[in-house]
Design a protein around this ligand. Structure first.
Ligand SMILES: Cc1ncc(COP(=O)(O)O)c(C=O)c1O
Length: 388
């Protein structure tokens, strides 16, 4: 059977999981208002930094008593600052089911050397057993495992009257799916994820209980300056009022504001969620009628609508070794890139050989829909090379 090359291409071929596609109709001219060549401590710059904080809080509907600040080092910087400054007061349970969650395990085990520790890890496609988590301890988890395409279904497994803090890496979830904020004492994300902003800047939200910990606990390890949200039990509140620990890019700040204004112009958070869900729905419908492909996550309720991951299940593919499978994936995804149909949809290098299509709200669902016949075509082209 020969497959005819599809005619219609996605208007925008960018489906990367980070940095993700810029919002529709984005252009550099939109950043003309950026306050460049000025000190970031100047009132005009501080206003712009505060605008990111204020608009993010409003659009997300973060609890009024949570503080939100801009951090260096993207989501990694924000998350690691929270680990270095908050942990050590009590034991820790850490959950991981994708590559980044596993990085946080390394921090806690090898870097901070927490002794009273449980690590709950799961294979790609699965969640660890959430009923085992001990909330008298501090708990670290990722709301949506970007590289696995697996998310927690909700926050019901987290008790409201927990004793420890919950530290949540929300970078590929926030602005894309509902999050029970009050179940997370720490939330972190980066600009380069769901809103298609620029890299290197992160956001850190803290509950009153997290702030209280900063004011009552002095970690036994040194805290690098870039992570120092508190010093000798003194919470640095000014970071959460538009001051930054070090120098931010005001061009990136303007871009973050542009993305937030775009969300407002769409009608808010729910519309972003809907755009993302529709992309997942298109892929789900296609997978249901396509025999050679399956989601990495078998469970619908834990399937991500941002990093949407799926794999080839036909015998000729599953029987070859993993390095050959990666070669096949590279051929298919390179073909799609060469056709200017899809960039960056090969799965994460450490994940099982798979596709990963970003479905966050900056991606047009119609583009996801146009992409699917192309994936079918490229798959059949490459399969022919291996099955002559
Ligand atoms: C779940 C998760 N955590 C952390 C990171 C690291 O983010 P950044 O490079 O913005 O620090 C990523 C990046 O893809 C991610 O998906």
């Amino acid at each position: 059977m020969t497959y005819i090359k599809p005619i219609y291409k996605p208007k925008n071929p960018n489906f990367s999981s980070g940095p993700t596609s810029k919002r529709p109709n984005w252009s550099l001219e939109k950043l003309e208002k950026a306050v460049l060549g000025r000190s970031h401590r100047a009132a005009e710059c501080k206003d712009r930094l505060n605008e990111v904080i204020k608009k993010s809080k409003e659009i997300l509907g973060l609890p009024k008593d949570y503080v939100l600040g801009i951090m260096p080092g993207s989501d990694t910087g924000a998350l690691e600052a929270s680990l270095w400054c908050l942990l050590g007061e009590r034991g820790v349970d850490v959950l991981a089911w994708d590559n980044f969650g596993k990085d946080w395990v390394t921090d806690v085990v090898d870097q901070l050397k927490i002794q009273d520790l449980n690590v709950y890890e799961a294979e790609y496609g699965e969640l660890p057993d959430l009923t085992k988590v001990d909330f008298t301890k501090d708990v670290i988890f990722t709301w949506n495992g970007t590289t696995a395409g697996v998310k927690v279904p909700n926050g019901n497994w987290i008790p409201s009257d927990r004793e420890g803090l919950t530290i949540c890496d929300a970078t590929s979830a926030i602005f894309a799916m509902p999050i029970d904020y009050d179940k997370c004492d720490v939330l972190t994300w980066s600009w380069q994820k769901v809103l298609g902003g620029e890299a290197a800047h992160g956001m850190l939200a803290l509950s009153p209980r997290a702030v209280q910990r900063l004011e009552s606990h002095q970690p036994s390890w040194p805290i690098p300056k870039a992570f120092r949200i508190a010093d000798k039990k003194k919470f640095n509140a000014s970071i959460f009022e538009g001051n930054t620990i070090n120098t931010p890019s005001m061009l990136c700040v303007e871009d973050a504001i542009d993305a937030l204004l775009w969300v407002e112009s769409l009608g808010g958070l729910d519309i972003l969620f809907k755009r993302s869900s529709l992309s997942l729905e298109y892929i789900t419908n296609w997978i249901e009628r396509t025999s050679w492909v399956e989601f990495i996550s078998h469970k619908k309720e834990t399937r991500s609508n941002t990093g949407i991951t799926f794999k080839i299940i036909e015998d000729w593919f599953t029987k070859i070794d993993v390095s050959q499978q990666r070669e096949v994936m590279k051929k298919i995804t390179s073909l799609l890139s060469k056709e200017n149909v899809a960039n960056d949809i090969n799965g994460y290098p450490k994940a099982p050989p798979s596709f990963r299509v970003w479905g966050g709200g900056t991606v047009e669902s119609s583009d996801v829909s146009s992409l699917l016949p192309w994936i079918e075509w490229a798959y059949q082209e490459v399969k022919l090379q291996y099955n002559k």
